[in-house]
Write a protein that binds this ligand. Structure first.
Ligand SMILES: *[C@@H]1O[C@H](CO)[C@@H](O)[C@H](O)[C@H]1NC(C)=O
Ligand SMILES: *[C@@H]1O[C@H](CO)[C@@H](O)[C@H](O)[C@H]1NC(C)=O
Ligand SMILES: *[C@@H]1O[C@H](CO)[C@@H](O)[C@H](O)[C@H]1NC(C)=O
Length: 800
């Protein structure tokens, strides 16, 4: 508690400022009519507030009810200053104690301090009489000592500053007697000091002066005209000295409030009573009317409890000759619930980020109702289902608080309707809509529309061609929802993915950077990342599988018979071969796959068209009928191998077949061969060798023929004597697994069991040891073959 004294520059007035700090409330005492900008006190110091944070906490003065901002707070110095003229008379009229209630509101956290400013009266009003002159008509019969009530002078001030004394101009007829009423108000009476003589002086003019007790004193005067008349013995008498009435506010104009009455014992004009209000402030006289003859008091203006809750008026009754008496009329106004609560949004955080935790204060709401008692009890609530609630705070303040997690992507704007209802009957309510928007936080990563993407592309595609496109969505706002695509670093076959594919960062369209080769690899996968532009950015990734499809870009490749160099291959066909015997086999492969590698074999040209056929898909060359003596010994076939692609590709080869059982016939080979380089000597040597061999073989055949004839059915020695060593198969075909294509695991067992009707003989795998170089002619005698058959105990039997 502090008390200090200071003087205004004039030095005349002393102002006492006292400060009471109780429970955060503070009181000041100031004189009325201080200049605007005058300092009332340092509120920051008195309340122990941090001066530096005043403006951050939006310190401000809130008037409790009415809207006039009498005071303000200087945010720099913390001083409470006068902002509007403070007129004690205007604020409190005749009230002895005039307290201006203000509130200091601070936010963050919300703090409320009550400030009571006691407004002290200064002597700024002079005493005043209602009338310009007071008229008295006094009968000359009036006796010495008769009293004549003088109209009271009024002074807007209170206490010492109101009317304290009267003085009457010096004269021979009247003296002045000053009395006090119960309420302390002073009034004067003229006392007749010397009998009047109308004939002597029928008119007396006197000056009545009223003084107040202020310093300096102020005064006001009125002229009294006394007319000397004949006697009027009785004054009117009111039935009551005090009339009390009660009136609900908002009563319509002309409502009868009360009827006053006075009686006068005199007769005639002397008993004709006129009622009138005596000294009613201008405002009050507009509110009620008093009928001069009937004494009926009626409503004449607006009765507002909130404006004025009680009226006290003096009424006078005068008879025709001016004798008067007075009564007091007190009218109490009763409250009606005619004011709806008023909701004021004192502060609002807008927009609020979507990630604020539940329970965050986003605004402060003040509710008040001007009515009294129950009519001002207010409940405040939110009816909609929104994630906000009102939490009662100090007095009639509420905090608007979030109750749940906000999600801008779900709902970005709220219209929160706050309803306030008072407890009057019927209750009044009002509502206010608070618009609140939610600000974005980058809380959603982009999400791809699909779990994974597949792109299909034909090999030999053009670089730059579009493979597919990926799309990711991000519901966040602006850059937080802007998606940028990129390839994640990685390798495909040892090369960076970027050398295979590129992705358009904006559209997510994936392009091939190079031409793909199905024969190199058939599929690969890459990871595409979608990232938003937030800070920090969020991202997700997706797998894109690229599958290539085959194009028929490889022609069949013939492995056997090989066509390299000038050498040629010749198959020996036993003369005894029956129709359907396997003679040879064309082996071809195709690097493509599927239909593009499904090979078919055709004989396009042959020496004897009816003699050999070729398996359409097996490539096996078989005799179509038994070989007869008339058949030409040298048979030449041209075989075409085609794949099934669109369009199909093909390759051709020649196959030389020698129908012979005997190497003696080898000289004939020369005719078939195109080899021109063989020397004549070599030819003669061969012819000699073959002749000897033929002779020897013929001999053996004859002997065997004799034995063979004893058998019912001749046995065929060579039924598909085709041996293709695995060395012919290039290693890069090893993992090719399309239909119609060879595998390295393929062996001759398979050829014989599937491709040959008679599979009496099995070529064992050791046969592989007898591989022939690809560029050499397959030239083996039947005996050579026989050696290979470990299980053949007897010599081969050959029929004729
Ligand atoms: C909120 O109210 C405003 C104005 O009345 C209106 O334009 C807006 O659409 C409303 N928003 C919602 C989310 O209801
Ligand atoms: C994006 O999110 C960040 C927080 O993650 C936020 O600060 C920013 O304001 C947001 N941007 C927009 C345009 O909403
Ligand atoms: C790709 O996404 C998966 C989960 O979807 C995650 O585990 C992985 O780390 C991501 N990779 C990169 C490189 O971001």
């Amino acid at each position: 508690m502090g008390c200090c004294t200071f003087s205004l520059h004039c030095g005349l007035a002393f102002i006492f400022l006292s400060l009471h700090s109780v429970n955060g409330d503070v009181s000041y005492s100031i004189p009325e009519e201080m200049k605007r900008g005058s300092v009332i006190g340092n509120i920051a110091k008195d309340l122990g507030l941090d001066l530096a944070r005043l403006s951050a906490r939006k310190a401000r003065i809130d008037a409790e009810d009415d809207n006039v901002q009498y005071c303000g707070v200087n945010l720099n110095t913390g001083e409470l200053i006068v902002q509007e003229r403070i007129d004690r008379e205007g604020l409190c009229a005749k009230k002895a104690s005039c307290v201006l209630k203000q509130e200091l509101v601070l936010e963050n956290p919300l703090e409320l301090h009550r400030i009571n400013i006691r407004v002290q009266d200064i002597n700024d009003n002079s005493p005043q009489f209602k009338q310009e002159s007071l008229k008295f008509e006094i009968r000359e019969s009036a006796v010495k000592g008769s009293r004549f009530l003088l109209d009271e002078a009024h002074d807007g001030d209170i206490g010492e500053n109101t009317v304290q004394d009267y003085s009457l101009q010096q004269n021979e007829y009247f003296k002045l007697n000053v009395n006090s009423k119960g309420s302390g108000r002073k009034y004067g009476e003229m006392i007749l000091d010397k009998e009047l003589d109308r004939e002597d002086k029928n008119e007396i003019v006197l000056l009545l002066t009223a003084f107040d007790g202020g310093s300096p004193r102020r005064s006001g005067s009125v002229v009294i005209h006394v007319t000397v008349l004949d006697a009027n013995d009785n004054v009117p008498v009111f039935s009551q000295t005090v009339y009390e009435a009660s009136l609900p506010e908002n009563s319509p104009v002309d409502t009868l409030v009360i009827t006053v009455s006075a009686t006068d014992a005199d007769d005639g004009l002397n008993s004709e009573i006129t009622y009138e209000f005596d000294h009613v402030s201008d405002e009050d006289s507009d509110v009620f009317s008093l009928h001069p003859k009937t004494g009926e008091v009626r409503v004449a203006g607006r009765i507002d409890y909130e404006g004025m809750s009680s009226y006290e008026m003096q009424i006078s009754a005068k008879d025709g000759l001016g004798l008067a008496s007075y009564a007091t009329l007190i009218i109490e106004v009763t409250d009606i619930n005619d004011n709806a609560p008023v909701i004021q949004l004192k502060s609002l955080c807008n927009p609020i980020p979507e990630n604020v935790p539940p329970g965050t204060e986003v605004g402060i709401v003040n509710v008040h109702d001007k009515d009294s008692e129950n009519n001002r009890q207010v409940r405040c609530f939110i009816q909609q289902s929104v994630p906000f609630k009102l939490v009662p705070s100090i007095k009639n303040y509420y905090s608007l608080v979030t109750t749940g997690q906000l999600d801008r992507e779900l709902l970005s704007d709220y219209n929160i309707t706050i309803t306030a209802t008072d407890e009057g009957s019927p209750p009044l309510s009002s509502s206010k809509t608070v618009e609140l928007s939610v600000a974005d936080i980058n809380d959603n990563p982009p999400v791809f529309e699909e779990q994974s993407y597949s792109a299909y592309v034909s090999e030999n595609n053009k670089p730059g061609s579009t493979l597919c496109s990926v799309t990711a969505r991000d519901p966040d706002w602006r850059q937080n929802g802007t998606v940028i695509y990129s390839l994640l670093a990685g390798e495909v076959n040892g090369a960076p993915v970027s050398s295979y594919l590129s992705v358009n960062g904006d559209t997510g369209v994936i392009h091939a950077v190079r031409s793909f080769d199905y024969e190199q690899f058939r599929s690969f996968k890459v990871h595409v990342m979608a990232r938003d532009n937030g800070s920090p950015p969020l991202s997700s990734n997706v797998t894109v599988n690229v599958f290539m499809s085959d194009v028929n870009d490889n022609s069949p490749q013939i492995l056997y018979p090989a066509l390299e160099g000038n050498s040629f291959m010749t198959e020996l066909v036993p003369k005894a071969a029956h129709g359907g015997s396997l003679v040879s086999k064309v082996i071809a492969v195709d690097a493509d796959s599927g239909q593009n590698a499904w090979l078919s074999y055709h004989i396009v040209k042959s020496t004897d068209p009816g003699l050999f056929t070729i398996g359409l898909h097996s490539g096996e060359i078989r005799t179509q009928r038994d070989i007869s003596e008339s058949d030409s010994m040298k048979q030449n076939l041209i075989v075409a191998v085609k794949d099934n692609g669109q369009p199909s590709l093909s390759a051709t080869c020649s196959m030389y077949l020698l129908i012979s059982d005997n190497l003696a016939e080898v000289p004939e080979l020369k005719d078939i061969s195109y080899d021109e380089k063989n020397s004549k000597l070599t030819s003669y040597l061969i012819i000699a060798l073959v002749s000897v061999s033929t002779f020897f073989l013929t001999f053996i055949i004859i002997i065997l023929g004799v034995r063979f004839c004893r058998r019912r059915k001749p046995r065929l020695l060579f039924d598909g004597a085709v041996a293709i060593p695995s060395a012919y198969l290039p290693p890069n075909y090893a993992d090719v697994d399309g239909t119609g294509t060879l595998r390295s695991a393929y062996n001759y067992d398979a050829y014989l069991t599937t491709g040959s009707r008679t599979s009496d003989f099995k070529f064992v795998t050791s046969y592989n040891d007898n591989t022939l170089p690809a560029d050499q002619t397959l030239r083996k005698s039947p005996s050579d073959f026989a050696e290979a058959f470990g299980d053949c105990d007897s010599s081969p039997e050959v029929g004729t």
